[in-house]
Write a protein that binds this ligand. Structure first.
Ligand code: NAI
Length: 397
């Protein structure tokens, strides 16, 4: 059976499992070409199956020879029209490649917010993972979360606060610019977004791991945040997601208190904007990205998730080139936010029209390719576009 990219708006409705395999391999090869570094050895990644979480897992495993546990929420193949999610296959092939190098690569598929998942992971760490982790990466991007202490389910909403905002976005299916009007978030939506995308669940993970004596001396933990430039603030930094990320900063402070006796460190890492399934549905962001990529590419500093996370791990989290801001947050996004880059991006955005946005003026084609790559399409080095359903069904994470 042949697989090809199917889009519904900015959501992918198909997957090429072998393209995902090649994409994982390409990322591994990127890290290997950068060489080894002295980093973490026992890593737990929450949200490990795609983009920033997957990239973190790959750099830890293939740059620092770390054993890894990955938790993610993904679906396997159901029938020939539903082959599962890209993250499902990323997990499978990551594990295969890591095991070939003699590394442990355990995948847990299910709800990271639940108590059951936390207990299962802790049991595994104690029984089969050497008893402790020295790093926890918190890279979840989720639409909802059930608080297991109250049983209440919360939903996140990417919305502005206090004002209706309109802005242009790109429809990848129709390859058109369109104007999106987003109503302000209600109080309930803001609260929901904080519950889902803030730091509470992160704190609960750390508390339970510590209680179970699963945190190693010198343990580090990191949560990825985004601030971005002014043009994105109404939707992001000053919107409901920004409130959630600010709350995660408070969580990070409490985690630091909690792990002080272990000489541990909790960090918020403000990362750059990249093409992911979460970022392409944020209003304005795609339009900003095609201009940002143009400018950063011209300056030789364009980064994909693996380039960004690998740099963060080897030069900042485990290197001596970390740059912190006044709030103690790690700021690898400084390349994106430099005055020079932002001035040029603003100039470019002002020139965009529905007619020219796909031209060489921008990196629309690169953005589209990166999006296709997330689902295993147009991946450099992959030649397999035919799949056998039964073979895919037999693969286990
Ligand atoms: P993504 O959508 O590519 O990955 C999200 C991960 O979370 C996947 O592994 C998914 O399976 C997992 N997940 C979702 N719900 C889950 C659940 N209930 N239980 C277990 N796993 C679950 O997202 P992306 O873009 O990599 O974002 C990760 C983090 O990085 C987010 O906190 C995001 O705000 C942050 N970030 C993203 C930026 C971007 O440009 N994409 C920029 C800066 C920060």
């Amino acid at each position: 059976m042949k697989v090809e990219m199917k889009l519904k708006g900015n959501m992918a409705r198909s997957v090429n499992p072998y393209g995902c395999k090649q994409e994982v391999l390409n990322q591994i090869n990127y890290v290997k070409a950068e060489g080894d570094y002295e980093g973490p050895k026992k890593v737990l990644v929450l949200g490990a199956s795609s983009s920033y979480g997957l990239a973190s897992r790959i750099t830890a495993a293939f740059g620092s020879h770390a054993d890894t546990i990955g938790v993610s929420f993904e679906r396997g193949p159901k029938d020939e029209s539903m082959l599962g999610t890209a993250g499902w296959y990323n997990n499978i092939f990551f594990r295969e490649f890591a095991e070939q190098e003699g590394l442990i690569a355990k995948n847990f598929i299910g709800d990271a917010f639940s108590l059951e998942m936390k207990e299962e992971v802790i049991k595994y760490i104690k029984e089969s993972f050497g008893g402790k982790v020295d790093m926890l990466v918190y890279s979840l991007a989720a639409p909802k979360r059930t608080d297991y202490k109250t049983g209440i389910t919360y939903s996140s909403a990417l919305k502005p606060i206090g004002q209706e905002v309109s802005g242009e976005n790109i429809n990848l299916e129709k390859e058109e610019l369109f104007t999106q009007v987003v109503e302000p978030a209600t109080e309930e939506e803001i609260e929901g977004t904080v519950k889902v995308m803030g730091g509470e669940d992160w704190e609960w993970w750390i508390e339970l791991l510590k209680e179970a004596d699963c945190l190693a001396e010198g343990f580090k933990t990191v949560l990825y945040s985004y601030i971005g430039p002014k043009v994105t603030h109404a939707f992001y930094h000053d919107g409901s997601l920004g409130v959630a990320k600010e709350q995660a900063e408070e969580s990070s402070k409490r985690i630091n208190e909690n792990i002080r006796e272990l000489n541990g460190q909790s960090l918020i890492c403000v990362s750059k904007a990249v093409t992911t399934k979460a970022s392409v549905v944020i209003p304005i962001l795609p339009k900003y990205l095609i201009c940002l990529y143009k400018v950063m590419k011209e300056q030789g500093i364009h980064e994909t998730p693996i380039m960004h996370k690998d740099r963060i791990f080897r030069t900042m989290l485990y290197g001596n080139e970390a740059n912190y801001d006044e709030k103690g947050r790690l700021r690898p996004d400084s390349w994106e936010l430099s005055d020079d880059v932002q001035r040029k991006v603003n100039d470019l955005m002002a020139q965009l029209t529905p007619q020219n946005f796909k031209s060489d003026l921008t990196e629309y084609q690169l953005f589209k390719k990166e999006f296709f790559n997330l689902n295993g399409f147009e991946v450099e080095g992959n030649t397999i576009n035919e799949v056998d359903f039964e073979t895919l069904k037999a693969m286990k994470p």
